[in-house]
Design a protein around this ligand. Structure first.
Ligand code: NAG
Ligand code: NAG
Ligand code: NAG
Ligand code: NAG
Length: 967
């Protein structure tokens, strides 16, 4: 019982003791609640601050003295608080730390805050405080040690009263809009260790007296408007580690006293007007890790004493007027991570020492001493430049060759030696630069080829080699640089074709291959490069069709100009022969033709269809689909005349196809057998590709009966009409048979693949006969006349059948073995749905020069008369042997205009193809020229009908002259 009473008593007394030690409802709670009332707290961070709780020591951000339970620290950083810093804080008589950084506080700085006598640290940085710093804030600053008002919107001047804060150690006014001059009283702050007023508008000279601050470790005056010279007594601040006077208007040179700053690790004088040479004693500042003297007016040689700076990690001397060579002694600065000496007047050879691994024995004694005693990690490193990450020697006058082992700089991220006088070739060791993201060797005199080892530089994002003398091919291995975004190789002598693999560099944004000697055609897949911003291939010898889709639909003409053989709507030049060109016979196909009568392979495997599918597969392979298997479908040949319909069973052979249309795979031949003996591989073989045009790619294959056919794979699939309409139109075209028209033999239809099967004409196009420089004999007058008449008959027949050709040009006229012209590719516009005529014109009628003038994208009706225009141009082309539009050095000659001019001047005979050597009857030639010009009249109604044209031609033909004048 007694014990229990005793325990209770003891407990009670403990409670009493505790009670008396807790602050009663004191000024701290009041002050904090009052302070909170002036704030907005959108995220309710100060929820715990409640007036019902008279123990603020548990509140968020509040720290109390463990014995007195009075609030000593307030840390409310980054809580998105807005509002004003209220007077409530003045009640916190024991507050030592007030940290309100990175909020949204506004208003001015309350000058009374410094009256909190206990306050040592005040951090209001990163708010939106405005107004000037009140003069009386510092007038009674008591025990303030650290003040930061950085990153606010403060204006006005730095108050003179600052000098009273003799305890101040850290002062940070950076990133405000403080202006005026720096009061010299600032140098009375003898305890100051860090002074940061960077990023303001402070102007005038730096006042005398800095040398008083014996304790100063860091001075940051960067980004102001200081002028005059550096303080002469700066050297008295012998503990200085960081000296930043960058981006001011300071001038003069290094004050001599600076050589005493041997604790200094960072010196930045960037962006001033300092001049003169850099003193040799700079090498005595052996603690230096970063030296930035860029963008000044320093002259003279780079002091060789820099080699003493063992700890130097960054050296930026760019944008000055330094002369001479990089001192060899710098080989010792093997801790360098970044070296930028660009935009100076440096001469001499590429500093090869930089690229050398030092031999173990070369570790100098100073280094091994420092290494082992102070920096054990350093001793373990092999001293060399291998850690270098940034090397910028650009825009100097350095000469010599790149050292063959420059790949030893294996840490290099940025490498720029552009705009120097380097010669020789790019060393293969470039492939060892595994970490390098930027290589710029542009504007030098490098020759040789781009080494295939470039593929080893797997981190490469930017490769600039423009304006050198590089030759050879663009190495395919470049595809291994999969991050490549910028590839600039312009103004070299590169040749060969553009490697298709480039299309796999899916990050490519800027590509410039202009002004080289590249040949071949552009890989279609380039259209898949989705990030492209520019792709300049102008002034090369590229040919073939420009890729379509993606960036290439909007590629500027200037990016492709200067490639006379490129075609496509962008360059306003139609693509060559959609129809038979000279054929490279498949070695196996002669067998097939020979053995066609007695076929050994009696199996009715329909290779025909697999061949067709293979063509389709060629399209699908792009989207990564597996090859096609041979089909086991039998052709049911039916009556010769009636169309043979053949529907593939199921769709399994088309598992690669994106659709599952049960209707697919319909092959219709208007006559004969549908079997193709040359198998799928032959069709996929590029040798079997005959040509490409606005409508698609043409392949050649051989029927079982030995007959060759040309198969056109329509590439405008998305524009094709419905199956019914397609078939109706194709059947109409299939009925058109004339000795001067290429016969349509059949077709194949799936929703995603349409093929047209044409009669195969072996001797090539009229274009080839007229313009191919390699063709040995040129057409005689008689042959030419025969061609003109034949074409006229063919087109007249088309018009009788109510078909507009729509796409007349010499590549679409084929000449058979007996010299008979056959007009092909007619009526294909009918296969497209009704479309905006602009699309049609760019898609098909891109044949500049053949295009009737009414073919502008307007409302004029397109009639047979537009074929008459095209025919007229063809007539002139046949007679003159010139293309409808000839691109000369810096001129464009339009054939019609040229001939019309000659006719007016009475020298029309001069227009006739020189290869005829005047061996032609003028009495025929002149009327034919005139007929051609009439057909090519600007006004459609002035043009004759094709029937009339045929009649006129038959009248013109001299009955007397039946002789052939062969070459
Ligand atoms: C500061 O306030 C502005 C608008 O007054 C707001 O857009 C911004 O998000 C705020 N910032 C923070 C860190 O809360
Ligand atoms: C800073 O002050 C200027 C004018 O003194 C004002 O235009 C600007 O909006 C202010 N910026 C902020 C973040 O308050
Ligand atoms: C001054 O304050 C800014 C912003 O808080 C900070 O980035 C900078 O490092 C400070 N200066 C010094 C010398 O500490
Ligand atoms: C550098 O000095 C030259 C002559 O000494 C002077 O013409 C030039 O204006 C100076 N440039 C700068 C940025 O001070």
């Amino acid at each position: 019982m007694l014990l229990k009473v005793l325990v209770l008593l003891v407990l009670a007394s403990v409670v009493v003791v505790v009670k008396t030690q807790q602050p009663t409802f004191n000024d701290d709670v009041l002050g904090l609640i009052f302070f909170k009332a002036g704030l907005e707290d959108p995220n309710a961070k100060l929820k715990s601050w409640s007036e019902d709780d008279n123990d603020p020591c548990n509140w968020v951000g509040v720290k109390c003295d463990p014995t007195s339970y009075r609030v000593t620290e307030l840390h409310l950083d980054g809580l998105s608080l807005s509002g004003h810093v209220g007077r409530g804080l003045l009640r916190l008589q024991f507050l030592q730390v007030l940290s309100l950084s990175n909020n949204n506080l506004t208003g001015t700085i309350n000058s009374e805050l410094s009256r909190i006598g206990s306050l040592q640290i005040i951090d209001l940085s990163g708010n939106s405080l405005s107004g000037s710093i009140p003069d009386d804030f510092f007038a009674q600053c008591g025990s303030l040690k650290s003040v930061s008002f950085a990153r606010n919107n403060l204006t006005g001047q730095i108050p003179d009263s600052l000098s009273s804060c003799s305890m101040l150690v850290w002062l940070n006014f950076s990133s405000n809009q403080i202006s005026g001059q720096l009061p010299s009283s600032i140098w009375y702050l003898r305890s100051l260790q860090s002074l940061d007023i960077s990023g303001n508008l402070v102007e005038g000279e730096i006042p005398q007296g800095m040398g008083n601050l014996y304790d100063l470790r860091q001075i940051n005056f960067g980004n102001n408007r200081f002028s005059g010279r550096l303080p002469g007594d700066i050297g008295s601040c012998s503990l200085l580690k960081v000296v930043d006077f960058s981006e001011n208007y300071l001038s003069g040179g290094f004050p001599d006293s600076m050589q005493r700053l041997n604790s200094c690790t960072v010196i930045s004088l960037r962006g001033n007007s300092f001049r003169g040479s850099v003193p040799g004693w700079i090498g005595e500042l052996t603690s230096l890790e970063s030296l930035d003297l860029s963008a000044n007016n320093f002259t003279g040689e780079i002091p060789s004493s820099l080699g003493n700076l063992q700890f130097l990690r960054e050296l930026n001397l760019s944008m000055n007027q330094f002369t001479g060579a990089l001192p060899e002694s710098m080989a010792n600065c093997f801790n360098l991570l970044a070296l930028d000496v660009s935009q100076n007047l440096l001469t001499g050879n590429v500093p090869s020492w930089m690229f050398k691994k030092n031999e173990k024995g070369e570790i100098n004694s100073v280094n091994s001493f420092i290494g082992s005693m102070e920096n054990p990690w350093l001793a373990s490193r092999e001293p060399s430049y291998q850690g270098l990450q940034v090397l910028d020697l650009s825009s100097n006058a350095l000469s010599g060759e790149l050292p063959s082992n420059f790949g030893v700089l294996s840490s290099l991220v940025f490498f720029n030696m552009s705009r120097n006088h380097l010669f020789g070739s790019i060393p293969a060791s470039i492939g060892e630069l595994k970490a390098t993201e930027v290589i710029d060797l542009s504007d030098n005199k490098l020759n040789g080829s781009i080494p295939s080892e470039i593929g080893g530089a797997v981190s490469l994002k930017e490769l600039r080699l423009q304006r050198n003398f590089l030759s050879g091919k663009i190495p395919t291995q470049i595809v291994h640089c999969s991050s490549l975004a910028t590839l600039i190789l312009s103004q070299n002598n590169l040749s060969g074709s553009i490697p298709p693999a480039i299309a796999n560099l899916s990050n490519l944004e800027y590509v410039d291959l202009s002004l080289n000697s590249l040949t071949g055609s552009l890989p279609k897949e380039l259209a898949n490069l989705s990030q492209l911003v520019s792709f300049n291939i102008s002034h090369n010898h590229l040919n073939g069709e420009l890729p379509t889709g993606g960036f290439f639909n909007t590629i500027p003409t200037s990016s492709v100009s200067g490639n006379p053989s490129l075609c496509g709507s962008v360059v306003n030049r139609s693509c060559p022969a959609v129809h038979p060109k000279p054929i490279v016979l498949n070695p196996n196909s002669s067998d097939s033709i020979g053995g066609s009568s007695q076929n050994h392979h009696r199996k009715k495997i329909v290779l025909s269809i697999s061949a067709l599918i293979a063509i389709g597969a060629a399209a699908f392979i792009v989207i990564g689909v597996v090859a096609v298997t041979v089909l086991n479908i039998h052709v049911r040949s039916s009556m010769a005349r009636a169309p043979t319909a053949l529907t593939l069973s199921g769709g399994e052979e088309f598992s690669c196809s994106p659709t599952n249309d049960p209707n697919y795979g319909k092959l219709v031949m208007f006559s004969g057998d549908a079997d193709f003996v040359a198998g799928a591989h032959a069709l996929l073989n590029k040798d079997c590709e005959l040509g490409r045009g606005g409508f698609g790619v043409v392949y050649r294959t051989i029927l079982r009966d030995g007959r060759s056919v040309a198969i056109k794979k329509l590439t405008v699939a998305s524009l094709i009409k419905s199956q019914e309409e397609f078939e109706r139109e194709v059947k109409t075209l299939g009925k058109i048979r004339h000795q001067n028209l290429v016969a349509l033999e059949g077709y194949y239809w799936t929703p995603s693949l349409q093929l047209l099967i044409y009669e195969f004409i072996p001797s090539g196009s009229l274009y080839k006969h007229l313009h191919d420089e390699h063709s040995k004999s040129s057409l005689s007058w008689r042959q030419r006349f025969h061609i003109i008449l034949g074409m006229a008959k063919g087109i007249a027949y088309l018009h009788r059948m109510n078909v507009i050709h729509y796409n007349l040009k010499s590549t679409n006229v084929l000449i058979d073995s007996s010299g008979e012209p056959k007009v092909g590719d007619f009526g294909l516009a009918r296969l497209l749905p009704t479309l905006d005529r602009c699309i049609l014109s760019s898609k098909i009628q891109s044949a500049l020069g053949y295009m009737a003038p009414e073919f502008a994208c307007k409302t004029v009706k397109i009639t047979e008369k537009c074929d008459v225009y095209g025919f007229g141009v063809l007539v002139l082309e046949v007679i003159t042997g010139k293309r409808p539009v000839e691109y000369m050095e810096d001129d464009v000659v339009v054939l019609c205009d040229m001939v019309r001019g000659a006719l007016e001047d009475g020298r029309v005979e001069e227009c006739v193809d020189g290869r005829l050597r005047n061996n032609f009857p003028a009495e025929e030639a002149i009327p034919v020229v005139k007929l051609g010009l009439i057909c090519a009249s600007q006004v459609p109604s002035n043009r004759p009908d094709m029937e009339e044209v045929v009649n006129i031609l038959e009248l013109i033909q001299c009955p007397s002259d039946g002789q052939e004048e062969l070459e």
